[in-house]
Design a protein around this ligand. Structure first.
Ligand SMILES: Nc1ncnc2c1ncn2[C@@H]1O[C@H](COP(=O)(O)OP(=O)(O)OP(=O)(O)O)[C@@H](O)[C@H]1O
Ligand SMILES: [Mg+2]
Length: 457
């Protein structure tokens, strides 16, 4: 029997050490080193047969033949958009997300569409029994003949099944539940997750099988397992959203076959995930009218503009240290905006608690939301509502200047489409903007100017 060796592996970055340390020297994370038992001499990870003989010899660039990239549509436009136009044959896709967010639901729904396209799908679950999957399938209306279910956690059996049946798509739910016999550490540990993914990668690339794996997320919001897992796969998708709200957002964090800017919006219903093709309308539904501190902005996710309500509340406090809380936007950015309002526009908020919130549980990091957040704070501070048919976007600089943003035209068109009458935006963008019917455009170049515009009208 091969000699066993004790090592300490960082659960964040995969760093290995012979002795325990409080802090990982590679990623500087505290308390992340966990004891694992591995075989002293590991078998070679890539067996030559699994990779094909041709790949081991260098080839001239001009001699490389490109096969047409074959993409399969998943039947869900939102998912196709995030993937860059459909699933690429032979790719390895990792889907991460909080517990109960709907990962298994999304993947089971894909099975139905692919099955109907006459593709063989193998759904391997290490978490649920086949009866449980069937029950979910009934609820989601999944009845395809081409779907095979397998409740299995041993990687050797999984490999054997895949080799025997050679399906077009394999779904593994989840990578943390499977284990390889040749590694003694517990399922879900770094070495197990890494080895299992490696095996799947070789299988997928060797046989041209698309593999989608589910990965659990730690409480810090990162994928459980080392970062190497993200490096190994072709695409990393994150499924996020407030668990108690029905909206779910699918984001590509990494994509070797497409842009990582696009997002997909879904709504969780009892019959499964429904695509939201026009998120702006839903984001604005139920918005309060003529209330101080509420303002609509337009953010751009990938190529798609999305209108979103920014809310702010500035309330007087007698404590020396006012409270500042940001939900949905970056906290530091909000603090900067308050400082800019104080210094450049003369609003004295030293005795005011300030809260900023993006409605609908959205999280957006785009600087074009700055101006809307600043004006919403000012509106709440002065207790004066802003016309509800106004949309605002622009980046605010430290001197109070309003800087231009990308793709302004798309944003204005989206606002006009949803019936907004006025758009307050950076002057730099207005100069290049063509005429857009139904909406009055006001260009501003300084935060003070923007504050005047909203007060005068
Ligand atoms: N009958 C139902 N009606 C509406 N929504 C439901 C229903 N049953 C389940 N759900 C939703 O589906 C979610 C569970 O989905 P799913 O099992 O796909 O999540 P998951 O991400 O795979 O979770 P886990 O990490 O536990 O595997 C629940 O949190 C709930 O929001
Ligand atoms: Mg699940």
């Amino acid at each position: 029997m091969a000699k066993l060796k004790q090592v300490y592996i960082c659960q964040e970055c995969g760093y290995e050490s012979g002795k325990w340390m409080g802090k990982c020297p590679s990623c500087n994370e505290w308390g992340s080193l966990v004891e694992e038992v591995v075989e002293a001499k590991k078998p070679s990870l890539t067996a030559p047969s699994s990779r094909g003989a041709a790949s081991s010899a260098p080839v001239k660039l001009r001699d490389v033949k490109i096969e047409n990239e074959t993409r399969t549509t998943t039947g869900m436009k939102e998912l196709d958009r995030v993937l860059g136009g459909g699933i690429v044959k032979g790719s390895l896709i990792l889907v991460g997300g909080d517990p109960g967010i709907g990962k298994s639901t999304l993947l089971l729904q894909i099975c139905e569409e692919l099955g109907n396209q006459n593709r063989q799908v193998l759904y391997i679950s290490g978490e649920e029994s086949v009866a449980q999957i069937k029950m979910r399938g009934e609820r989601l209306n999944v009845h395809t003949e081409n779907l095979n279910l397998l409740a299995e956690t041993n990687m050797s059996f999984i490999e054997a099944h895949i080799k025997n049946t050679k399906p077009d798509l394999v779904i593994l739910d989840s990578i943390q539940t499977v284990y390889c016999d040749d590694i003694t550490s517990a399922p879900g540990s770094v070495s197990q997750v890494r080895e299992a993914t490696h095996k799947l990668m070789n299988l997928g690339k060797g046989y041209g099988i698309t593999i989608m794996i589910v990965g659990h997320v730690t409480k810090e919001g990162a994928l459980a397992g080392p970062r190497v897992l993200e490096h190994m796969v072709d695409t990393v998708l994150y499924f996020e959203g407030e668990r108690h709200a029905s909206f779910r957002i699918l984001r590509a964090v990494k994509n070797r076959f497409g842009s990582t800017n696009e997002i997909g919006v879904f709504e969780m219903q009892d019959v499964g995930l429904k695509e939201v093709l026009n998120p702006s309308e839903i984001m604005l539904a139920g918005r309060p009218m003529d209330v101080a501190g509420s303002l609509v902005s337009c953010s751009l996710e990938g190529t798609r503009p999305m209108l979103i309500e920014v809310q702010a509340l500035a309330s007087f406090t007698s404590f020396g240290m006012p409270r500042r809380t940001a939900t949905g936007i970056d906290y530091n950015r909000m603090v900067i905006l308050i400082a800019v309002l104080e210094k450049r526009a003369g609003l004295d908020m030293g005795n005011y608690d300030v809260y900023v919130n993006l409605a609908g549980g959205m999280r957006i990091n785009e600087p074009s939301l700055d101006l809307a957040a600043a004006l919403a704070i000012a509106s709440s501070f002065r207790n004066t509502p802003i016309d509800p048919h106004t949309v605002v976007f622009g980046e605010v600089g430290l001197t109070g200047e309003i800087r231009g943003v990308a793709m302004a035209e798309k944003r204005v068109v989206e606002a006009a489409k949803l019936g907004f009458k006025t758009c307050i935006m950076p002057k730099a963008n207005v100069e290049k903007l063509p005429f857009i019917k139904g909406i009055k455009v006001i260009g501003v170049s300084h935060i003070g100017e923007a504050l005047e515009v909203i007060t005068v009208r």
